[in-house]
Design a protein around this ligand. Sequence first.
Ligand SMILES: NC(=O)c1ccc[n+]([C@@H]2O[C@H](COP(=O)([O-])OP(=O)(O)OC[C@H]3O[C@@H](n4cnc5c(N)ncnc54)[C@H](OP(=O)(O)O)[C@@H]3O)[C@@H](O)[C@H]2O)c1
Length: 322
Amino acid sequence: MLAVAAVTQSTTDPLSGLYVGDLAEPEVPAGWVTIDVVAAALNHHDVWSLRGVGLPADRLPMILGCDAAGHDADGNEVLVYPVVSSPGWGADVTMDPRRSLLSEIYPGTLAERVRIPAGNLVPKPAGLSWEQAACLPTAWLTAYRMLFTNAAVSPGDTILVQGAGGGVATAAIQLGAAAGLRVFATSRDAAKRELALDLGAREVFESGARLPERVDAVLETVGAATWSHSVNALRPGGTIVISGATSGDAPAKAELTKIFFKQLRVIGSTMGTREELARLARFVAERGIQPRIDSVIPLAEARTGFERMVRGDVSGKIVFRN
Ligand SMILES: NC(=O)c1ccc[n+]([C@@H]2O[C@H](COP(=O)([O-])OP(=O)(O)OC[C@H]3O[C@@H](n4cnc5c(N)ncnc54)[C@H](OP(=O)(O)O)[C@@H]3O)[C@@H](O)[C@H]2O)c1
């Protein structure tokens, strides 16, 4: 089948290990099902895998991809929930130290077909295109848990979203605005700041710019490049929720003094549960939210999408179509 895989890894030239072409169908483990993928979204996770982060070299070649929307064997329209727990794990799968995302141990979604545990399906929301539905299981789920589980913000609160153009960031802006939050957003790029306003942000700022007021919570995925700004942007007692560090995880200053003096909360966040994905799907359908898509690219031309993401030239989600 046609698939997109990591065949080698390089920290400096991640695209050198990207393969797009024919690959053998992976085996179907007992209790797993096969989904015919209609659309699959690209995530920064796929670039990290090519850089050798989170994917040991002895697992190569590995089919990439965490997100997908498609048909199950009965023809139902489904979303793929990409977190696979270790055997017997009960409660919150994101707390399982031995969990994995599709493409870390088991082959991922950037293919014509993907195998997943039978319990990892959620109905595709009516009213969303296949491409929009494919955005939900990773970036949108991560933004949902950051906002509503970990930042625990309420309508009327003010949040700051760093790096407005990214997949998680655009999701956070759209979800936050739909939930009645006042959303501030930063971006390095003027066009992405304009986009953030279109998506529902109240005000937008250049990265690092002084805000008109301090915020209740910051949604941080950029990391080193924005960390000090995130700490400075918070009101006393405010919350930073961090789920990524695209620009690096070693900021010039850790800001420990400001964190304790302002009694800030710093909360890590990773993906979400299957139940949160189901709630996200209902919320998106109920509010008529249309996930922002940067571009739709045939799977066979996936390299183009990876090139754009490595350059940081993304406004919303890049989606591959079978
Ligand atoms: N923990 C989890 O479960 C989880 C889930 C999803 C994603 N993540 C992580 O969250 C991060 C974002 O993921 P994504 O899929 O949304 O990525 P993405 O679509 O590639 O977005 C990355 C964004 O980071 C911003 N950025 C700002 N300064 C940057 C700099 N100096 N260098 C690079 N980027 C910079 C850019 O925004 P502007 O151009 O607008 O400034 C860019 O659009 C990644 O590191 C990813 O691994 C974690």
